[in-house]
Design a protein around this ligand. Structure first.
Ligand code: NAD
Ligand code: WQD
Length: 354
């Protein structure tokens, strides 16, 4: 696999997290030297051990525990270990929590991004791939969503992502040598096919697929379906679920193609296919071999009927297209959940390999 000769060493922030860990494995396997950082605010050291087990070259993986808001620590790291590019995942991501703790969200998501950018400027690093989100589109009523759909973030979390995109556009305007791609993911789901890496949310899962997985493994009694009176074929909400390994591949391609265009560009990562909550539950039931219990409850405030990506820009600019479907996501998420019923807490005993 070819990599640009001048972007071999990559800083990955949030490397122990759900998407960061899969991307670290993808990059090391493709020959990159990855320097991962995380403060374990929403992850555990067990994930780092799993990355090491999966990412056995030809590239390398170094991990440093670090709070990205600590600019001195980040500067010290990049002095010791110069990098050619960065992929910035580290953030807080729970929409509801962001309404209750906006300061924490602006501090972690915006302030830490400012610190990263300042440190990159200081160290002469001008390539960045940034984790953005479909939540920027807010209450968009037209699907599928193209990148030029108007932004309308409706909560502090989404606003932090929108602010970061604007900050990055301004930095690129001021520094024409910068190359930045913001990837707007739709609904990441699934797990590594090995069963070693997956989504391990703390507390009660906010997102539907990890919740279903915990019902399947017996940690939760039943799925609460948030409303079945939406204007969709079965009345439940429709989303564009995208396999985390497809997302990881999207990051590698975005990195490899950064140099093709200076400035800031924004690209959706989604499949272009929508799946309802009921369809997802049926697919997971098929994956785990039993019908999973559910009950319909009231709509969750802030939810919209349907969010689906138009992924054609990613195909045109990155040569990227999702290759895994909802059945794959359910199979891999179930495999991870069944091998790691308590997530990474029981680290190193789970995940028996392929
Ligand atoms: P995650 O919580 O699993 O990973 C984020 C990681 O960042 C965690 O390991 C956490 O410990 C770390 N982190 C948080 N604050 C930090 C700090 N101050 N210093 C260092 N590390 C810190 O989340 P994820 O699902 O892997 O998401 C990764 C990125 O993708 C985030 O920026 C998120 O906003 C974005 N995103 C996620 C989704 C999704 O549904 N998963 C969708 C769209 C965008
Ligand atoms: C999906 C569908 C729910 C839980 C969120 C963020 C977004 C992005 C992705 C970060 C909806 C329904 C859910 C449950 C349910 N993350 N649901 N029962 O809300 O589309 O997007 O994650 O950037 O910003 O907002 O994802 O998984 O929470 O919900 O019925 O217990 O499942 O109503 O239709 P969402 P989700």
């Amino acid at each position: 696999m070819s990599t640009p000769s001048d972007a071999r060493t990559v800083l990955v922030t949030g490397a122990a997290g759900f998407i960061g860990s899969h991307t670290a494995v993808e990059l090391v396997t493709a020959g990159y030297d990855v320097v991962g950082v995380d403060n374990f605010a929403n992850s555990s050291p067990g994930a780092v051990e799993r990355i090491r087990r999966l990412a056995d070259g030809p590239g390398s993986f170094e991990f440093v525990e670090l709070d990205l808001r600590d600019r001195a620590a980040l500067t010290g790291l990049l002095r010791r270990r110069p990098v050619d590019a960065a992929i910035h995942f580290a953030a807080r991501k729970a929409v509801g929590e962001s309404v209750d703790a906006p300061l924490e969200y602006y501090d972690t998501n915006v302030n830490a991004t400012l610190g990263l950018v300042a440190t990159m400027l200081d160290r002469g690093v001008s390539r960045l791939v940034f984790s953005s989100s479909c939540s920027i589109y807010g209450d968009a009523r037209t699907v599928p969503l193209r990148e030029d759909a108007p932004a309308g973030p409706t909560n502090p979390y989404a606003r932090t992502k929108w602010m970061c995109e604007q900050i990055l556009a301004d930095i690129c305007h001021r520094h024409p040598s910068w190359h930045v791609t913001s990837l707007r993911y739709f609904n990441p789901a699934g797990a590594h096919p090995s069963g070693l890496l997956g989504e391990d949310p703390r507390g009660i899962p906010n997102n539907v697929l990890p919740y279903i997985a915990q019902v399947a493994v017996g940690r939760r009694a039943e799925l609460s379906i948030f409303g079945d009176d939406y204007p969709t074929p079965d009345g439940t909400g429709i989303r564009d679920y995208i396999h985390v390994v497809d997302i990881a591949e999207g990051h590698r391609l975005a990195l490899e193609r950064l140099d093709e265009a200076p400035g800031h560009r924004v690209i959706n990562l989604g499949t272009g296919r929508g799946t309802s909550v009921r369809e997802l539950l049926t697919a997971f039931s098929a994956a785990c071999g039993r019908r999973l219990p559910s009950q319909v409850v009231a709509r969750r405030p802030g939810d919209v009927a349907e969010l689906v990506a138009d992924p054609s820009l990613a195909a045109a600019l990155l040569g990227w297209k999702s290759t895994r479907d909802v059945a794959d996501m359910c199979r891999d998420a179930w495999n991870f959940q069944r091998l790691n019923p308590d997530g990474y807490d029981d680290t190193d005993s789970g995940g028996t390999g392929k």
